[in-house]
Design a protein. Structure first.
Length: 332
């Protein structure tokens, strides 16, 4: 059987840390332990780390289910997202739209225009920051957008899925719980290499938490999920190793690309790069034939480009070598 190399997801190149794996091995022997205990330990750890009360934190696994619950609680009729819309969110919205049966309108907003692209009558802004396609290249002024949303009476859900890969400053959980308009969600899947046991953390003020928890409390989350996430959060050396690896491998890919005049590689400031150049649409299809799967996007600002998560050296070398070969073939 031929091996397929999937470079379409941006999880931590290391996968789960050794500390997480060891915690799971021990936890398997204790599967008769109550889920609530591990949930409480994780909530307590995060509360202490962020300097907020445990009551302002809850967990969920399904982003489409969260959006559906949010819309039902607050009678949301329209949601706005800044485009380009990532493949991750395209899947989320496909499931969400089926669940609400067309009852909520989805608006795609111009990332270039920022606040000015938000139409009147919008109920909810789902703000991915940093942007999960353009990264720090997205010209989003988060302070201006949030202040403007408040002025217009908009509710804001701030999605920080990729924040762990950056040093960006954004509203802290402390600031969020003191606000009536903002909810903050963080994912533990991408940075901590836990894509197989997804978990999101929601931060909100007391009143909002009471409203939304009535819906989220029915979602079943396994004991092992809480164990893995808590172990990952406590592993400080893993964070340092990840940051060093991503910087080293981005430099490697950019240096290799300098020998390929047909393409340019642009750093997003996160754990993925944008690769641009003529005829890349054809190259993407040829990569698939060579058993390498990548994501691609096209928009007015950036044109057509490949979206490449940074991986370990072996995978990065395979990609850049195959890309160079295909570009040479296209010349002929």
């Amino acid at each position: 059987m031929r091996k397929v190399y999937d470079l379409s997801v941006a999880y931590n190149p290391f996968g789960p840390s050794k500390r997480v794996k060891n915690a799971l091995r021990k936890a398997i022997k204790l599967l008769n332990t109550g889920i609530e205990r591990e949930k409480g330990l994780l909530r307590k750890y995060i509360a202490m780390k962020e300097g907020i009360k445990e009551e302002f934190i809850c967990f969920f696994q399904s982003l489409p289910f969260f959006l559906k619950s949010f819309c039902e609680v607050y009678s949301i009729g329209s949601i706005g997202f800044f485009r380009p819309l990532s493949k991750r969110l395209q899947i989320v919205l496909e499931i969400f739209c089926k669940a609400v049966n067309g009852g909520v309108r989805v608006e795609l907003l111009d990332v270039e225009k920022g606040l000015d692209s938000i139409p009147s009558g919008l109920d909810l802004l789902f703000l991915v920051y940093p942007h999960d396609v353009l990264g720090l290249r997205a010209p989003l002024n988060i302070g201006e957008i949030i202040d403007g949303a408040r002025t217009r009476g908009l509710k804001v859900v701030l999605d920080e899925t990729f924040k762990e890969f950056s040093t960006l400053k954004s509203p802290t959980p402390q600031q969020v719980v003191n606000s009536g308009e903002i909810m903050l969600i963080r994912s533990f899947s991408e940075f901590y290499g836990l894509g197989g046991i997804k978990l999101f953390c929601l931060f909100a003020n007391e009143r909002a938490m009471e409203d939304i928890k009535r819906y989220l409390m029915f979602e079943e989350i396994s004991y092992l999920t809480y164990v893995a996430v808590r172990a990952g959060l406590k592993d400080k050396k893993f964070r340092e190793r990840t940051t060093e690896l991503i910087k080293e491998e981005k430099d490697y890919l950019k240096n290799k690309a300098k020998n390929m005049s047909e393409i340019t590689v642009e750093d997003t400031g996160l754990n993925f790069l944008l690769i641009k150049g003529p005829h890349l649409e054809k190259t993407e299809e040829l990569l698939k034939r060579n058993d390498i799967i990548v994501q691609s996007y096209i928009d007015e600002r950036e044109g057509f480009y490949l979206w490449l998560p940074v991986n370990k050296r072996r995978m990065n070398a395979l990609f850049i070598k195959t890309l160079a070969k295909l570009i040479e073939q296209n010349k002929g």
